[in-house]
Design a protein around this ligand. Structure first.
Ligand code: GDP
Ligand code: IMO
Ligand code: MG
Length: 423
């Protein structure tokens, strides 16, 4: 069975941990969208790994990991990431990591353009990760981006970079941001490209061959449904399709290659960056931050925390075709006396069970809550679903009922082994 792992909230749901867990029974792990704005944390055998561009399957021996055509790839960032993960004792050989020659490239000035755009937006800023994701995808759609394959023709690439640097510098000068020297950009990017060259190939036939020969494929989503460029809380979103369809367009595999979609969500809600967050709760944020939880894996920013929002989850299950839920961080609620679940939004006196498209309506959305009893006990040592306290099971059952999808996995801690399978 080939499976998509997708985030159902605003990212950081624990996708990396679930992908890592499922990699053991898979052959190929594929990233199809996003870039190094992603930060996927995996804790295995007591060691913590944070992955940005590398698929989380990289931690396992004898698995193939593919960075697909839909990813925007920062070559300098990827080389640094490979070095960091290798220094943690993980070998990253060319047969273990394949990079699509169709992936678009994030160049150093894209990051600075990202900062310029945020500065221009002032108080309305998106709160991006400043990894150049928006400007790189904008160049792709505007048909002036550079793809990995272009780097094989150095003369052409030098011309293109020189032109793009001149254009970028005009914008950057207006915001007193770093001005780039095209020659230096070319040198730096080519050093990284040469390091990555053994990993580059046309990954589409490789993936098709794997599919046709019955290998098990696992698609690793980045970000989450509410950050999707179409379905998210626009404009406070990222610049790619983070939903299930992005796995196909981002890899070259067709929809019929996929049989299941595991939607990952936390037992509560978090969000980093700007934008609407109806169930945000100061008390819960302070509580979780006090436990040292909920700081961003990419930028270190504290994530806003709030109650479980099934308006978002219901919509996310719908647009992704979720066949099973992976509910992580259940242990985060272990000490709470009573818990709230948002089942609808009251917008101007009407109850909505799906999120609005109108950006101004979000500001008027008042969550309608159901209150459930907490379980007030430590779940982190549970090794089977049946060992969870009755109140935790009831909370999860209500979550599943409101979302319209069954629970497949439950996370009770950050370690690979703290994953419960629901039969
Ligand atoms: P991703 O971007 O979706 O892969 O998620 P992140 O790694 O950015 O954030 C998820 C955070 O929750 C990380 O710190 C994980 O180690 C942690 N985590 C994942 N699942 C669980 C869980 O079930 N319990 C606890 N306590 N932490 C978890
Ligand atoms: P993972 O894969 C959480 C957020 C940023 C910002 C918005 C746009 O770890 O779940 P961008 O840099 O993409 O232009 O920023 O999206 N964002 C994420 N939030 N997890 C992520 O990835 C994110 N990637 C981007 O904070 O609000
Ligand atoms: Mg993350």
């Amino acid at each position: 069975m080939n499976t998509i792992i997708i985030g159902l909230q605003w990212g950081d749901e624990g996708k990396g941990k679930i992908v890592d867990y499922l990699t053991e029974a898979s052959d190929v792990v594929i990233r199809g969208q996003g870039g190094n704005n992603a930060g996927h944390t995996v804790i295995a055998k007591g060691t913590k790994y944070v992955l940005h561009l590398l698929p989380s399957g990289i931690l396992w021996d004898s698995k193939t990991n593919v960075i697909g055509n839909g990813v925007v790839l920062d070559p300098i960032g990827l080389v640094l990431e490979i070095e960091r993960i290798e220094s943690q004792g993980i070998a990253i050989t060319p047969d273990k990591l394949l990079i699509s020659d169709r992936a678009h490239v994030v160049l150093p000035f894209h990051k600075e353009l990202d900062a310029a755009r945020e500065a221009a937006l002032g108080d309305d800023k998106i709160g991006t990760t400043r990894r150049g994701i928006g400007p790189a995808y904008a160049d792709k759609v505007n048909r002036c981006g550079l793809r990995i394959a272009d780097f094989l023709d150095r003369e052409f690439t030098e011309q293109q970079i020189t032109r793009r640097v001149a254009e970028a510098n005009e914008v950057l000068a207006r915001y007193d941001l770093t001005i780039f020297d095209a020659k230096q950009v070319i040198e730096e990017v080519y050093v990284a490209f040469e390091r990555l060259r053994p990993h580059i190939s046309n990954t589409i036939p490789v993936l098709h061959e794997a599919w046709k020969s019955g290998k098990k494929l696992l698609f690793e989503g980045a970000q989450g449904t509410l950050l999707d460029i179409d379905y998210g809380t626009y404009p406070f979103v990222t610049s790619s399709n983070t939903t299930a369809g992005g796995s196909c367009t981002g890899s070259g595999l067709p929809p019929m290659a996929i049989q299941s979609v595991i939607g990952v969500c936390k037992a509560y809600t978090t969000r980093v960056g700007s934008g609407p967050f109806p169930t945000c709760d100061e008390g819960l944020s302070e509580y979780l931050h006090g436990l040292g939880r909920e700081f961003g894996a990419t930028t270190g920013r504290p994530r806003g925390c709030g109650w479980l929002d099934t308006v978002l989850l219901r919509f996310a299950c719908m647009v992704n075709g979720v066949t099973g839920l992976a509910v992580t961080n259940v242990d985060g609620l272990d000490e709470y006396e009573t818990l709230q679940i948002c089942s609808g939004y009251d917008i101007d006196g009407t109850i909505h069970t799906l999120p609005p498209a109108d950006r101004k309506a979000w500001d008027r959305a008042v969550p309608v809550y159901e209150t459930l009893p907490g379980w007030k006990s430590d779940t982190t040592a549970c090794t089977e679903f049946g060992q969870l306290p009755a109140q935790a099971k009831a909370y999860l059952a209500r979550l599943a009922e409101l979302c319209g999808a069954p629970i497949a996995f439950v996370g009770v801690g950050p370690d690979r082994i703290q994953t419960l399978v629901v039969a």
